[in-house]
Design a protein around this ligand. Structure first.
Ligand code: ATP
Length: 437
């Protein structure tokens, strides 16, 4: 088998992301803050499109799924019940010489990777961020920033059940911020301390869990393929028994071949009835399901596909990156799926003079009703095409002097660079067909 290769280096993506306004370092004017990133004008569109594509697939296109948006701050008992207070920790070691800290399970060998110094014994470090609710900083007021969105779903199980009258199997999906005080964040937005998750809890009747788990694995894998990730850079890895959380029956990771190697994009676990049982115990509330046909109460099992919006966005950016020879130069093109591209169309009048400007303005106004559109009337047309290629805009619409005569424009395709003459009156419909997915 040919060896898998990353499309490009992380440095090139970091530099493109900053130069073109996808991702900036947080608080950059103050020297930045470790592992925090801000999405710029293009990045926010790209990440929103990733989240939107996820919501469409897992909520809109299904009749057995609904969404929620729970608060980030939750009752502290939630994290006792879920096991996070006692056990959400990673093993940490310190270097006795340079004082740097590392995650013990990420190290090869027993020496400091930075200076070769001796390391301390590993000790458990809880990853939850703690803060205080209200003006009093005592222990009674301690709350946590949620380290996953999943628990917001479990605690709303009864609410969703009674308000929607969903029947098993059904699922609840949520997108939102999570926070983990990671020991060693890094690799750009791959591992950060504040990040966004896209999580599903899919409740099933015990006994049907294994088959439904397999179905979710297939569906979630296919989602990444459909949105353009290269098959060779995507794989499914089953967790070894010793990797599994004590309550999990099975878990798989969808992994992508990032520049630093194979790394997790999404985890898909069979969590059994662990979470609902725990919340039932800690809250004193029943958290079960009444199966009318069988006339029995039981606590459902749950399949949890848990993805990272930032990791997904990073993988889509990396995989889209292409450098192609173009005469004596190199054309950099982001071959982002049309669903994900920040701008769908760029409008490029060939001259800054009337009547071209007025025609271009009219087209811009019309297309902005449907899509994020860029407008650029500066510099040579070749340069403008390159700029759009570099940010992944699928179509460029050029308005030239001929347009005044024939009321038609040239539409250029990013990937094939082919050009087609389309009447202005048909343009929206033409692009709608092209951009549908
Ligand atoms: P890892 O082993 O990489 O620390 P994990 O197995 O703890 O990850 P999960 O708890 O399964 O991760 O979280 C589900 C998803 O949330 C991950 O697949 C990833 O996409 C995303 N995620 C988790 N932690 C981070 C982080 N620190 N930064 C960015 N995304 C994250």
């Amino acid at each position: 088998m040919a060896e898998v290769q990353a499309t490009t280096t992380m440095e090139k993506i970091v530099s493109l992301a900053k130069r073109r306004g996808f991702i900036f370092q947080s608080s950059e004017i103050y020297g930045g803050i470790n592992s925090c990133w801000d999405y710029g004008p293009l990045g926010v569109e790209l990440k929103n499109n990733v989240k939107q594509a996820w919501r469409r697939k897992v909520i809109q296109e299904r009749d057995d799924m609904v969404g929620i948006d729970a608060a980030i701050l939750m009752h502290p008992k939630v994290w006792e019940a879920s096991g996070h207070v006692a056990g959400f920790s990673d093993p940490m070691v310190d270097c006795k010489s340079c004082k740097q800290r590392f995650r013990a399970d990420h190290l090869e060998g027993d020496k400091c990777p930075a200076c070769g110094g001796e390391l301390t014994e590993a000790r458990q470090f809880n990853l939850m961020f703690k803060t205080h609710m209200g003006p009093v900083e005592d222990n009674a007021a301690v709350v946590y920033l949620r380290p996953e969105t999943a628990q917001g779903i479990f605690v709303n199980f009864n609410n969703v059940l009674t308000t929607t009258r969903m029947k098993l199997p059904f699922g609840i999906a949520q997108v939102g911020k999570s926070f983990r005080n990671e020991i060693t964040p890094g690799n750009f937005t791959f591992r950060t301390r504040e990040f966004e998750q896209m999580e599903i809890e899919y409740f099933v009747k015990p006994g049907t869990d294994e088959q439904i788990h397999q179905e979710w694995l297939k569906q979630r894998f296919q989602w990444y393929l459909n949105l353009g990730l290269t098959k060779e850079r995507l794989r499914l890895r089953e967790h070894e028994k010793d990797e599994l959380a004590h309550y999990a029956k099975a878990c798989y990771d969808i992994e992508y071949f990032f520049p630093m190697g194979w790394s997790e994009l999404e985890g898909i676990a069979n969590r059994t009835d662990f979470d609902l049982t725990q919340h039932s115990k800690f809250s004193g509330q029943r958290m079960d399901y009444f199966d009318q046909e069988a006339n029995e109460h039981f606590i459902p099992y749950v399949i949890e596909p848990s993805a990272g919006a930032d990791r997904g966005t990073l993988a889509f950016l990396l995989d889209a990156y292409h450098e192609e020879p173009d005469k004596d130069e190199i054309r950099v093109v982001l071959k982002l799926h049309r669903a994900l591209a920040p701008y769908k169309v760029a409008i490029l009048p060939l001259s800054k003079k009337e009547p071209l400007l007025e025609i271009a303005g009219g087209i811009e106004k019309e297309l902005r009703k449907y899509w994020m559109v860029d407008y650029d009337d500066s510099k040579a047309i070749g340069r403008r095409y390159r700029r759009q290629d570099e940010i992944g805009t699928p179509y460029c619409v050029t308005i030239d002097f001929q347009t005044v005569e024939d009321k038609a424009v040239t539409v250029r395709d990013r990937d094939t660079m082919e050009q087609e003459r389309i009447p202005i009156a048909d343009l929206s419909r033409y692009l709608m067909d092209k951009l549908a997915w």
